[in-house]
Design a protein around this ligand. Sequence first.
Ligand code: NOJ
Ligand code: CA
Length: 545
Amino acid sequence: MLDLWYKNAVIYCIDVETYMDANGDGIGDFIGLTQKLDYLAGLGVTCIWLMPFYPSPNKDNGYDVMDYYNVDSRLGTLGDFVEFTVQARERGMRILVDLVVNHTSSQHPWFQAACKNKNSKYWNYYLWSKQKPKDIKEGIVFPGFQKTTWTYHPEAEAYYAHRFYDHQADLNITNPEVRAEIQKIMGFWLALGVSGFRIDAAPFLIELQQADNICEMVDDPIVYIEEFRKFLSWRQGNAILLAEVNELPEEQSRYFGNGNRMQMLFNFWANQHLILALVQEKAAPLIEALARLPEIPEVGQWANFIRNHDELTLDKLSEAQQEEIAAALAPDQEKMWIFDRGIRRRFAPMINGDPRRLKLTYSLLLTLPGTPVINYGEELGMGDDLSLPERHPARTPMQWSSEPNGGFSTAPSDKLVLPVIDEGEYGYKHLNVSVQRRDPESLLNWMERAIRMRKECPAFGWGKWQILETGHESVFAHRCEWNGEVAIAIHNLSSEPSHISLTLTDDKGSYLVDLFEDQPDEEVLKISQDIQLAAYGYRWFRVRR
Ligand code: NOJ
Ligand code: CA
């Protein structure tokens, strides 16, 4: 029997720094996060993905690591980390941590040592060139904020490669010592109790760059991923790699391999088309996007999401589609659009906080083939602060209560790591955990119920899925079957109520059991079943034979 825990997991992404501050210094910490584990368990989270919490100059929200074997002292100690993992496990939750090894911070001792001495073993940890190689335009990941991908280092007297900011020097993956180092880092965190890694910037990690000092050439650097996976599987059989790979569907298969590479990939492709479908109020973009996804191996799984901590990238859509989305969701382009490709807002304000559309969207997230990943605060419909720079608007502290600083910290508000949203509709005084807890209609309470239901329908995470005919352009319906169990979800993307006739070729003679509403079971008398949906309505059914 395959016991793949991640297939029916609910993953929740946390930045420790902005989640809960226990010691009142204005910065979230592991002790604070540990105090919130009962909240997370109550919500139904089964796996926590921690964004980088390592010592870092913090010029890219921790994605610039200075020491892979430690906890940033502002957030706690290794002892606090281990205590946190033990307490999470106690509540049935697993931990994934970010593995950021495409690059290190330029303040990492390896880079410092390399710059000081070309003969040090650390020189070959990075990619160098005597002459400045030509910048490829698409090579720059942060257009408008980043000028080049090769920067001259006067002490090293050479240019070093960096796909991201110039303070993030790319590691040389062709160097076996670098790969051994990466394995040692994985081994370290596995020993401290984690269940796997989110692989940052996976395509960049394995790209073979032109440089003077490439050590070893392989035909296809994907073998490096196989090497990491092998290491992982020997060390801890049930540990996983969840990779950030935003590529066309045809390119994605190779990251899964035949089940011998990454177990999970973020589904950027479905995400972008889901957003398009929501804006157009038409199912076609989502149906076509899902149809183009590659077959994945049995141990493979998609990680679905609505928003993450970065911009909502729309780079896989046409310019016209991007413009259509921007007009609807980011009307003030100057303030809301970033990197020529995405939106730096949280999701709720993009749809004006409409509770019907919020529930519709998260209902899709919880039922689409794959495993849902929720970014902290999404369960409340948290807002953004567009006065903050770069991708920070969507990274403000968690809103726990109507106490000062939203209950996130007792520090004076000018000492907070990022300001709490304190004004307007999304301000912490009315939008917070404590208020939503008391309101049976709140998004938080809805999310808790929906997550419970999702977990009770493993067919959504494990099953073979197919799109169902609805005869209605605004309605998306799909059916998942696993181990003889069938789950069906129907979503009306339109602001108008819809009446559809759903084609149920395989379920004639069965009953549809509504999983949300107290409705009598409906017998499927004919192959096409009449179904009513409210404006932005959704329904989940279990098929009872
Ligand atoms: C992807 C991360 O999600 C993003 O936040 C970061 O800036 C880059 N990788 C560089 O590490
Ligand atoms: Ca603190």
